[in-house]
Every structure is written in C-alpha cells, then in structure tokens.
Design a binder for this molecule. Structure first.
Ligand SMILES: Nc1ncnc2c1ncn2[C@@H]1O[C@H](COP(=O)(O)OP(=O)(O)OP(=O)(O)O)[C@@H](O)[C@H]1O
Ligand SMILES: [Mg+2]
Length: 363
C-alpha cells in the first residue's frame, strides 16, 4: 500500500459517517457560541448570548414515543418521551446497556428509530436531517480519529465538514480552553487517551453547535483535567449551548446537571430537577454513639423511627430532609428525659449515587 492509499484509508475511517452526511451541510444554520451567525464576521474572543436564551425553558429537543429495535430483534428503547430544555445541562444516567448511546445516536441521526419522532430545534430529524444535525456537536463514546493527522488539522477539518468558513481564532480558543494548545502540532497517535478524548470535544465544538452531546466525556480523564472540562462545559452553557451528557461518574452529574434523567432497560425511569430530586428522594440519617450499650428502647421513644445498631451501641434516626420539622430537637430532649446519653453524633445525607442505585434496583 502506498502512503497516499494509506492516508486515504485512514481519512475514510476517521471521517466515517460524518463525511457521508455532513460534507454537503450548508452554512447559515444556527448561532455560534463564540460569534454570530456565519455570515457575520467572526468574533472569536467575545462570547455572545444567542437570542435563544430569552426563552430558557422552551424545548430544544423533543423526543416522542421513541422505540428502537435492533436488527437482532433486541429492543433497546421502549416508548421514550423526553424534552430537553434550551440552555440546560441534562445528565442522562443509566447502567451499562440501558440505551443511552442508542438514544443519542438516534437524536444525532446516526441510528434510525423504529417508532416515534424526534425534533431538534423544531426540525424533524428524519425529514430535515441536515438542518437538525448542523445544530448538534457530538462527542461519541467510542473514540475514532485519524491517528496521523495533527490536532490542529483534525479540529479545523471538522469545522469544514459542516461547511463553516475557516476560523483559526476560534480553533485556537477551543484548543486553549481544552488544554490542548501545546499539542496542536502533534499527531493524534502521539496523544494520551485523555488527550484524544479532549480532541473529540474540540472537534464537536469546532462548528459552534447550539447543542452538545457528551457521551461519557470524562471516561479515562484524570481528576484535575475532569474539573477543567467541567469548567469548559459550564462556560459553554453560559454562552447559550444546551448540553446533554452521559456519565458513570455520578458526582459529575451531581456537580454539573440542572436536570437528571435516569434510563434503565430502554425505559426512562425518571426525569427531575437535580435539587428537587435530591430533596425528594434524599434522606438524612442521624447516628448517636451512646455512652453505654442499650438492650432495648424505652416505651417513651416508641413514637420515633429509631433503630438500635452495633449491639445497642449506636442509635440511628432517619429523617426527612424536606419536612419542616425533623423531630431532632424533641428526640434529643426525650433521650435526656429517658436518661440515654451519647458521646458523639454524626449526620449523613444520601447522595445522588444512593438515589440512582435505589432507582435502578427498583425499576
Ligand atoms: N448495533 C447494535 N445491534 C444490536 N444491539 C445493540 C446495538 N447497539 C447497541 N445494542 C444493544 O442495545 C442496548 C443498549 O446499548 P447502548 O449502547 O445504548 O447502552 P448504553 O446505555 O450506552 O450503555 P453504556 O453505559 O455501556 O455505554 C445494549 O443491550 C446493547 O447490547
Ligand atoms: Mg453508551
């Protein structure tokens, strides 16, 4: 194989479906997150709030009665209904094989739905594929880029695939934001796994999408860089981009998301504001470490939901975080009256992880 043939082959592998579908996408779709529409001069340094922010609660993606049965006969999605609000960060959580990537692939037009309808920015993804797809930046779960291209060329080329004019200032800003600037001339093959993932993010941002899908964006990215990427994602949100991410790091969703969706076995189990979810399903637990062991609870404490643990050495009290009265003050007073003393106490609150595990177990 000649070098030219080899380069051609790797180019085709890298570009994959994007080359097939995106080459002909016309300019003029959507608003940029760093600058105005493409017919205006680029203003790479100044984040602009697109007019879409005026209606932050409206849906930018609407998924209705969506089902997917793969050729094998496997039903990966079952009647999914989901609306993504303009400008939000939405975290889609679910165990391996739940259907997250399948759902994203359908919204992005990579896989066909078996039933149902998806609107992106008001455009039906099956009728107006190109218009809908041009609004979306996708960072896929599986990494595939041309190993022998430089970081700079890869990201710039990606922008060209969407028919956008060259904008070196924007590419520079994206690479700097993602801590890839010093690697801009490196071939992709020479990068670490976490760097390659950041190149995928840079590619997805290169055409200034209004919507960004991040399918496991921080898998294999170290803690410090992960935090840096969260900052980039937040800055994108502030500039008006809607972000949908999947993650297995629940603390990432807890940290980042405005709303949480949980999917299990192809069905949406729950969609909720994160804070509401944590208040609604979160529990607090007060643990009292007693001075002496207690054989049984006195009758005077029977009105409380108390549990004696560690052979009577600790007393555990679960209470509702959203209730106006936790009952703690009267419990402590009744304990004193009953002559039960303690050395120490601590409280714990259920995390999003506890809530998620409970939801998936029971669904
Ligand atoms: N091309 C395919 N053909 C047949 N079945 C598939 C195909 N792609 C995915 N599936 C099946 O559909 C189900 C959902 O897969 P999907 O990749 O959407 O899960 P996921 O939620 O993204 O999981 P993970 O957290 O592991 O990424 C799985 O059971 C998977 O085996
Ligand atoms: Mg997946």
């Amino acid at each position: 194989m000649t070098i030219a043939q080899h380069l051609l082959e790797t180019y085709h592998q890298w570009a994959g479906f994007e080359t097939i579908f995106l080459k002909a996408i016309a300019t003029g779709q959507g608003h940029s997150y760093f600058g105005g529409p493409p017919d205006e001069p680029a203003r790479a340094q100044v984040p602009v709030h697109p007019p879409t922010l005026a209606a932050p609660m409206s849906s930018i993606i609407s998924v209705a009665n969506l089902s997917k049965t793969y050729g094998s006969g496997f039903k990966a999605l079952k009647n999914v209904n989901l609306d993504i609000r303009r400008g939000e960060i939405f975290a889609l959580l679910g165990p391996n094989g739940a259907g997250k990537t399948t759902l994203i692939s359908i919204i992005c037009g990579i896989a066909n739905p078996s039933e149902g309808k998806v609107l992106v920015g008001g455009e039906d993804i099956q009728i107006s594929y190109r218009k809908a797809r041009s609004l979306i930046g996708l960072v896929p779960q599986e990494l595939h880029t041309d190993a022998f291209e430089s970081v700079w060329a890869t990201v710039s080329f990606s922008r060209g695939l969407f028919g956008k004019p060259k904008n070196p200032a924007l590419v520079e800003k994206i690479l700097k934001d993602l801590s890839l600037w010093d690697k801009k001339d490196n071939k992709i093959i020479t990068l670490s796994g976490g760097m390659k993932r950041r190149v995928m993010i840079a590619k997805a941002l290169s055409h200034e999408p209004q919507i960004l899908f991040l399918d496991e964006p921080t898998a294999g990215v170290d803690v410090e860089l992960r935090k840096g990427m969260w900052e980039v994602v937040r800055a994108l949100q502030q500039s008006g981009v809607t972000i949908i991410l999947t993650t297995h790091y629940i603390e990432e969703a807890e940290e980042m998301a405005d709303r949480i969706g949980v999917i299990n076995k192809g069905e949406i189990v729950l969609v909720e504001d994160k804070t509401t979810l944590m208040q609604k399903l979160g529990r607090k637990r007060l643990t009292l470490h007693l001075q002496g062991k207690l054989g049984a609870l006195p009758e005077s404490l029977s009105k409380y939901k108390l549990e004696l643990c560690d052979s009577g050495a600790t007393l555990v009290y679960d209470y509702d975080t959203k209730g106006e009265r936790t009952g703690i003050t009267s419990l402590l007073s009744d304990l004193r009256t009953a002559g039960i003393r303690f050395n120490d106490l601590d409280t714990t609150q259920s995390s999003l992880e506890d809530i998620f595990v409970d939801l998936v177990r029971t669904s």
